[in-house]
Write a protein that binds this ligand. Structure first.
Ligand code: DMJ
Length: 576
């Protein structure tokens, strides 16, 4: 063997160094790459297990019953209504297929996405004598179709070969038109229920919820922008404005109301069921459409929530008229709130609430529907977990914002719990009782639209790279397009963020707190920037627990002294 020349040895040395460098630098880029790959693959398999079983045993009906491997036409059954007028031949609306479209696109399964679009184009009809819930049909069906239409036509050419001729948009427009009669009320607030074929039925109930009439603007607004028909956006906006005009002097809303009279029925509200997506849509529609008006509603609404509902990391309910606490309950739906807080930059608050939700998740293995905060026990009847996505959703947002690997741990724990407790041969089943883990025969469509999607995006966000989306409350992505965006309000402009970053001494600042200037503090500006509340005195303990009033500080948004509740938490409990 001839001896290697000096040049050859140098070359070998350089190759070794280069290899080592590449390995270390790539692991520096993302030390969690292997874990993310493993976990995203696990979630992908979960999605296909749920989807495959739905397609085998339930399609074209709405949702899968995974224990008996049958189906339910839940779109028209939502709210447990009896449908005397429904024709026998009704075969469902392929709800889970529609809800799966955007997830298929995110998973990169363009073939299945194309097949689904083709089937829906050929078979889906809304000309059915069926009474549906406007809110549910809007977020699941209209949102699913509008989002999938955009994904079908975006720059990735998901549907090639000229096969796509806006069929999903045509369907969405037809559905939107069938929604319109619901808004024909003296107040402009829509009926909760509408018959797709005949419009509002005789003696229809006039009660609806705040989220029911305040969470239509994303889907209806997008539909208007896509079709050029302003009616969809305009009725949704009119309803939102009316709702906002019904707020109390504390900027709080109730939970249910009458669409004919515009009067509140239930004055107690919080951030959970019946109200949740109202807040979500004010902010997200502001981001999507750039309407200052919506920000001007969201900002005081958010402050009122923080002021009257927040109790340390928890959120209870309160009476909209007095601000007095009513129900001390954590509900599974509330777990979306930290995700919303991430969108406005209130990361610290988001993180502390998220930890509490995860604490309860760990305590039971999943998140029970209702948990009594004052007794630290389960609600006697609402012990179920129907595969809800909200904790996974907030975990995804918090990881995007912080890149803190703790959230990957949380995501892994959620995935493991879902597989351990809810996976059955025929799909994923809901849990009827979290104390016994008895299962219920229902795989909700939002498990595919949201739960799997947010878990997947937590571990693999490649779909989001160089893209800017707002996710609807049902997890359907809508792109932020300049043509939809009139202008951002000054307070939300990127220049403000630069100012925040350039402050040398760390302050407790956030996008929201820069806009909070408690009225009783005369001078809380600095260099023309609003500072976070100068009156804020933190509670003695970081977890906001207390024994006596002196353990509590001064509330940052109201500048009121916080008191120690009988349950041992600092908060504002009485009107002082
Ligand atoms: C989803 O249908 C939507 O997120 C809705 O806004 C409320 N929550 C359910 C799933 O939990």
């Amino acid at each position: 063997m001839c001896p290697r020349s000096r040049g050859t040895w140098v070359l070998i040395f350089l190759v070794i160094v280069a290899t080592l460098y590449t390995e270390t630098s790539s692991s520096k880029v993302d030390p969690f790459a292997a874990k993310k790959k493993r976990m995203s693959e696990k979630v992908r398999q979960m999605f296909y297990h749920a989807y495959g079983n739905y397609m085998t045993y339930a399609f074209p009906h709405d949702e899968l019953k995974p224990l008996t491997k049958t189906f339910t036409d839940s779109l028209i059954e939502l709210g447990n209504l009896k449908l005397e007028r429904l024709p026998q031949r009704y075969n469902g609306s392929a709800l889970t297929l529609i809800e799966s479209l955007s997830s298929l696109a995110i998973l990169g399964n363009d073939t299945e996405f194309g097949r689904a679009v083709h089937w829906l184009s050929e078979n889906l009809t809304f000309d059915v004598d069926a009474r549906i819930n406007l809110f549910e049909c809007n977020i699941r069906v209209l949102g699913g179709l509008v989002s999938a239409h955009i994904l079908a036509t975006d720059s990735t050419n998901r549907l090639t070969g000229g096969t796509y001729k806006n069929q999903l948009l045509v369907l969405a427009e037809e559905l939107g038109q069938r929604f319109l009669p619901a808004f024909d009320t003296p107040t402009g607030l829509p009926y909760a229920w509408i018959n797709l074929k005949y419009g509002v039925m005789e003696n229809e109930i006039t009660e609806t919820s705040t989220s029911g009439c305040g969470s239509l603007i994303l889907e209806m607004g997008a539909l208007s922008h896509l079709t050029g028909d302003p009616r969809f956006e305009s009725v949704a906006l009119r309803a939102l404005r009316k709702l906002w005009s019904m707020r109390s002097s504390l900027n709080l809303l109730g939970t249910t109301l009458d669409v004919e009279t515009g009067e509140w029925i239930e004055y107690s509200s919080g951030i959970g069921a019946g109200v949740d997506s109202f807040y979500e849509y004010l902010l997200k529609a502001h981001i999507l459409f750039g309407r200052d008006e919506l920000w001007k509603m969201f900002q005081p609404a958010y402050l009122a929530v923080q002021k009257y509902f927040r109790h340390g990391p928890w959120y209870h309910e309160a009476d909209m008229r007095t601000g007095r606490a009513t129900y001390w309950q954590l509900t599974s739906l509330q777990a979306f709130w930290p995700g919303l807080q991430v969108l406005i930059g209130d990361i610290a608050a988001a993180n502390s609430s998220h930890r509490e939700f995860f604490y309860v998740w760990q305590k039971f293995g999943v998140l029970p529907e209702r948990y009594l905060l004052d007794h630290q026990t389960l609600h006697p009847t609402e012990k179920y977990y129907p595969l809800r996505p909200e904790l996974a959703e907030s975990t995804f947002y918090l990881y995007q914002a912080t890149k803190d690997p703790w959230y990957l741990e949380v995501g892994e724990s959620i995935v493991d719990s879902l597989n351990f407790h809810t996976r059955v041969e025929g799909g994923f089943a809901s849990i009827r009782d979290v104390t016994t883990m008895e299962l219920e025969d229902h795989q909700h469509s939002f498990f595919l639209a949201e739960t799997c999607k947010y878990l997947y995006l937590l571990f693999d966000d490649s779909f989001l790279v160089n893209r800017n989306y707002v996710f609807t409350t049902e997890g359907h992505p809508l792109p932020i397009l300049s043509s939809w965006h009139e202008k951002l309000p000054e307070a939300y402009s990127p220049s403000n963020w630069t100012v925040i970053k350039s402050v040398k001494k760390p302050r407790r600042v956030s996008a929201m707190s820069l806009q909070i200037c408690p009225a009783i503090i005369p001078n809380c500006r600095h260099n023309h920037q609003l500072l976070e509340s100068a009156c804020h005195i933190p509670d003695a303990r970081a977890d906001h627990r207390c024994l006596i009033d002196e353990d509590c500080g001064v509330d940052s948004t109201s500048c009121r002294r916080r008191l120690c509740s009988s349950a041992g938490y600092c908060g504002i409990w009485q009107l002082l």
